[in-house]
Design a protein around this ligand. Structure first.
Ligand SMILES: *[C@@H]1O[C@H](CO)[C@@H](O)[C@H](O)[C@H]1NC(C)=O
Ligand SMILES: *[C@@H]1O[C@H](CO)[C@@H](O)[C@H](O)[C@H]1NC(C)=O
Ligand SMILES: *[C@@H]1O[C@H](CO)[C@@H](O)[C@H](O)[C@H]1NC(C)=O
Ligand SMILES: *[C@@H]1O[C@H](CO)[C@@H](O)[C@H](O)[C@H]1NC(C)=O
Ligand SMILES: *[C@@H]1O[C@H](CO)[C@@H](O)[C@H](O)[C@H]1NC(C)=O
Length: 397
């Protein structure tokens, strides 16, 4: 081995390596400000002047200027900045009386971290996203460490997104009632750990239903059909049914009417004919009654079918809308929207029409019969007259 190390080839390699690494090292050492010092706002900050000897006078510069904030100069050349604010930040350098640079340092001011206010969103059973807001503005770069656990279980990392100040947990132990998240924020002035406890089943809040559509039903001036998709973040699985709430009102009214449904479409049977309606849908886990309703879907406007609608292809066109989950006919569970009375009304009308036309037919038929009878009788009379006339003619006058 020693033979190998002393071989000319190896020496050349070592020399080449040290030569090629040298420039970057030199660059670092010759940098004007090699150090960063962090200080607390509103405190006294002491900047040491390197290895300057006691009694040797020194001169301090801030950003190459002699104008310094409120300060004291110590005997050993150290500079004490009093009750600093942001304007005291910058590059400090101290020189001896011969103009030789003794030390330079960049001062950054801020605060140590405070407690975080943490909130978590649970859009489905397999995912938790927690985000935080700082209670103290630190003005300094920070690092975070976040972990998560169910009661009595091991800590698991909560995967961080420092830019968005949030972290994600995949497949939390949903069956456990209490969970704890702890986030530690660390910066150059200190660190602080915040604990937050919550119940996932109470935080469970689906995203709003998607692709909500409201359409008229041709021939029905008081009906609207509403359809929607499950939130795309909700697993399409029988184990996770959702219940939907639909609310609607004529535009301008302050009272909403509501329908509940487990399917992904309903028919509104009591719309106000000839009026624009506002319609919204929201969702909730059907099984877990302690969970939260989603936000409402965006407000949609639609008008029921009109008796003499102006021909408008965009409205009357019954396009091929895609309902991926529409397996059963529409149901409405909350209100008894009974379609029977309406159908009965139509049936009555049909019967009335049939009876009416039968009456007319009968009248016409009997009229024809009467006329035919009268004509026959008249024919008979004429025949009799003729025969009597013939008889009279043949009689000798
Ligand atoms: C302070 O020092 C840094 C690092 O050397 C340098 O980039 C910056 O330009 C300096 N600022 C001033 C105002 O001298
Ligand atoms: C800062 O220094 C001044 C003057 O020496 C002193 O009166 C003050 O109490 C000090 N402040 C703190 C926070 O140490
Ligand atoms: C010194 O320069 C820094 C930028 O390097 C700037 O943020 C600071 O305000 C300057 N300080 C003064 C007193 O001019
Ligand atoms: C984050 O916290 C965990 C658990 O306390 C610890 O093991 C890990 O070293 C920490 N990581 C950092 C970067 O501080
Ligand atoms: C749960 O929600 C997250 C965030 O929206 C999503 O990325 C994930 O795919 C969802 N999980 C399932 C099973 O749909």
């Amino acid at each position: 081995m020693p033979g190998l190390l002393s071989s000319p080839l190896c020496l050349t390699v070592v020399w080449f390596l040290s030569w090629s690494l040298r420039p970057s090292c030199a660059q670092i050492w010759t940098d004007e400000v090699s150090d960063v010092q962090y200080g607390r706002l509103e405190s006294n900050v002491t900047l040491a002047c390197g290895q300057s000897k006691i009694g040797v006078p020194v001169v301090w510069y801030l950003n190459h200027s002699l104008a310094l904030p409120w300060h004291k100069l110590m005997l050993d050349g150290a500079l004490v900045l009093l009750h600093v604010d942001h304007s005291a930040q910058g590059n400090y350098s101290c020189y001896d009386n011969e103009g030789l640079l003794l030390h330079s340092v960049k001062l950054r001011l801020g605060r140590s971290p405070g407690l975080l206010s943490i909130s978590c969103q649970v859009p489905n059973h397999t995912y938790v996203r927690c985000s935080w807001v700082e209670s103290v503005k630190t003005f300094l770069p920070a690092k975070y460490n976040a972990s998560f656990r169910g009661n009595g279980h091991e800590w698991r990392p909560c995967v961080l997104d420092v830019i968005r100040k949030q972290c994600d947990i995949d497949h939390p132990a949903f069956w456990q009632t209490m969970h704890t998240l702890r986030i530690t924020e660390t910066n150059s002035l200190g660190s602080e750990t915040t604990f937050a406890q919550f119940k996932l089943h109470e935080l469970l809040k689906p995203d709003p239903p998607e692709s909500v559509l409201v359409k008229e039903i041709e021939g029905y001036p008081k009906r609207l059909t509403v359809s929607w998709n499950f939130p795309s973040s909700w697993p399409l699985h029988d184990a996770f049914p959702l219940v939907f709430q639909i609310r609607y009102r004529p535009r301008g009214s302050i009272y909403w009417s509501e329908i509940y449904s487990e399917e992904n479409s309903v028919i509104i049977f009591d719309a106000l004919a000839g009026h624009l309606h506002q319609v919204q849908v929201r969702a909730r886990d059907e099984v877990n009654s302690e969970s939260q309703w989603s936000e409402w879907s965006p407000l949609l406007l639609a008008q029921p079918w009109k008796v003499y609608p102006t021909p408008d292809p965009a409205v009357t066109d019954d396009g091929d809308y895609f309902f991926p989950f529409n397996t059963k006919p529409e149901t409405s569970t909350a209100k008894s929207h009974n379609p029977v009375p309406d159908a009965e009304g139509n049936l009555g009308l049909v019967i009335l029409l049939v009876v009416f036309s039968m009456v007319i037919l009968a009248t016409v038929l009997s009229l024809i019969f009467v006329m035919w009878l009268r004509k026959r009788r008249r024919n008979h009379v004429t025949k009799q007259e003729l025969t009597s006339m013939v008889k009279m003619k043949s009689m000798p006058i």
